[in-house]
Design a protein around this ligand. Structure first.
Ligand code: NAD
Length: 477
């Protein structure tokens, strides 16, 4: 018997609808006419959503999704440096070489459709299939801190699941994000003649993101950003929400750690992309007995120790409401080089220095420890023992369920902290970015879903599970 085509299914639904209520509308559509886009960048949000919705039909087969993902990987690799340079130039944040690494990491280590294996359950009662179905159009709100990498990573993960995506991008990173979207769409069109799998609007704004929070016909909202956008989305959205929020990752170094390795890992991790990656180390808690030795090792890596007065001079320039009840980073200073921070503090460090650190003693309420600073200036706190270090790390992580690290060879301490800290990422004896597959095992993401719990997202996060049961037949043994 011939299979019924998708067009025929639409016609059948239309016919039934007209019989029920005289309506001639077909399957629910999210909106109207598709306008003229510029490689996925549209003047109107409605057109961006319509185009993405229409494009879902073009990736209905797994083979096509595999081809699309191969093209995205290739185009992303080829443009990794260009997008990295553009991001630093446009946003003034981060470090070009690290952004190149991030773009290559997501191009190579974001899983594709191959991880979406269906499952089958058979028994005396027959056969049940569990399949990974697309949501359709996904709305994804993206941050300014990883403008190229988030687009590449989300596009691979979401398209692998058979979805298309409308991005609400950060206005501060609009040029780079648009360029990433256009580059991928052009490459896909050139090789596969498919358009608009990834769309956005020309003039991004908070209002555009907020429209997507409740946009009719979209079932899944993905938000990657700080507390403001996550809370705003949570309050109003009528969709399934995957939220990847802010962190403040503590890293503990206990007296059993390999101190040389701990110092190098923390230097590499806390300075990576000038500390703007959400899982980069944001405060170091060292057991006092080894603190001086650890500080020396950190200096050997190239870090420069600054005094509390120097840190205070920097804080006055780069924080808002400092000194005050709620100091927080001034976005203008987020992601600047260590040498630029030194200059505003009235001193200088070599350009090769990627990290400043300040010894805050036992002051676990020290502003640079409490806040997610996203600058290469990290405080060291001295705890009397592992127990106190653990307590402070829980306090500073503040239940964000994001990331934390430990350097130790004591298996009990490893086990205790892994359980207690309850974060989406917990990394032992390496930089925290190793938890994203950069120097550690496992796949990568630029959307670590923290408050909503999906963790290190991949294509499996962006599908709906559907079950299809046949009663009584098709068990073959
Ligand atoms: P941000 O919160 O300022 O902006 C993120 C996005 O949300 C942007 O597109 C912005 O336009 C939009 N937005 C902001 N406020 C909004 C509101 N009230 N309503 C609707 N939309 C709104 O974040 P940022 O400064 O670009 O990025 C840094 C933050 O994102 C840090 O807190 C970092 O930890 C977090 N982040 C988290 C992850 C993760 O995977 N968990 C990844 C990257 C960044």
């Amino acid at each position: 018997m011939a299979k019924i085509a998708q067009d025929d299914i639409e016609a059948i639904v239309k016919e039934v609808l007209s019989q029920i209520n005289g309506s001639t509308s077909s399957l629910p559509k999210v909106c109207g006419v598709v306008g003229q886009g510029d490689w996925g960048v549209f003047d109107r949000l409605d057109d961006a959503v319509s185009a993405a919705e229409k494009a879902c039909e073009d990736i209905s087969t797994i083979a096509t999704r595999e081809k699309v993902v191969r093209v995205i990987r290739r185009a992303s690799r080829a443009n990794a440096r260009r997008l990295a340079e553009m991001a630093v130039d446009e946003t003034g944040m981060g470090h070009i070489e690290d952004k190149v690494k991030k773009n290559l990491l997501v191009a190579d280590r974001t899983p594709g459709p191959e991880i979406l294996t269906p499952s089958a359950i058979t028994g005396d009662a027959g056969l049940t299939l569990v399949e990974n179905a697309p949501w359709g159009v996904i709305a994804s709100v993206t941050p300014s801190t990883n403008p190229g990498a988030t687009i590449i990573n989300n596009a691979i993960s979401m398209i692998s699941g058979g979805n298309t995506v409308v991005f609400a991008v950060h206005p501060r990173a609009k040029r780079t994000t648009h360029e990433a979207i256009k580059t991928l769409n052009k490459a896909i069109h050139e090789e596969l003649c498919i358009e608009n799998l990834i769309t956005c609007v020309k003039e991004p704004s908070i209002e555009v993101a907020q429209k997507l929070f409740t946009y009719p016909g979209i079932g899944l909202l993905v938000v990657t950003g700080g507390d403001g956008v996550v809370n705003a989305a949570r309050k109003v959205t009528n969709k399934r929400l995957i939220a990847a929020g802010a962190g403040n990752p503590p890293v503990v170094v206990d007296e059993t750690a390999d101190i040389t390795r701990a110092a190098q890992s923390i230097y590499d991790g806390a300075s990576f992309d000038n500390n703007i990656v959400c899982c980069d180390e944001k405060e170091i808690i060292v057991v006092d007995a080894i603190a001086d030795k650890f500080k020396q090792k950190l200096k050997d890596c190239g870090a420069v120790e600054i005094s509390l007065n120097q840190a205070d001079a920097i804080a006055k320039k780069v924080l808002l409401d400092y000194p005050g009840p709620s100091p927080r980073p001034n976005p203008q200073w987020v992601g600047k080089d260590a040498s630029e921070l030194a200059v505003v503090g009235g001193f200088s460090v070599p350009d090769s220095c990627r990290l400043l650190f300040v010894d805050a003693g036992t002051n676990f309420k020290y502003p640079f420890a409490v806040m997610e600073q996203m600058m290469p200036l990290i405080p060291i706190l001295r705890a009397k023992d592992f127990r106190q270090a653990l307590g402070w790390s829980l306090l500073l992580e503040r239940g964000r369920s994001h990331s934390a690290g430990l350097h130790s060879t004591n298996i009990n301490n490893m086990d205790t902290m892994a359980r207690a800290v309850d974060t989406s990422l917990f990394v032992k004896n390496g930089p925290l970015i190793a938890g994203l597959g950069a120097g550690g095992e496992g796949w990568t993401t630029m959307t670590i879903s923290t408050p909503t719990g999906e963790g290190v997202t991949n294509a499996r996060t962006f599908v709906r599970l559907r079950r299809c049961t046949l009663v009584g037949s098709f068990r073959i043994s």
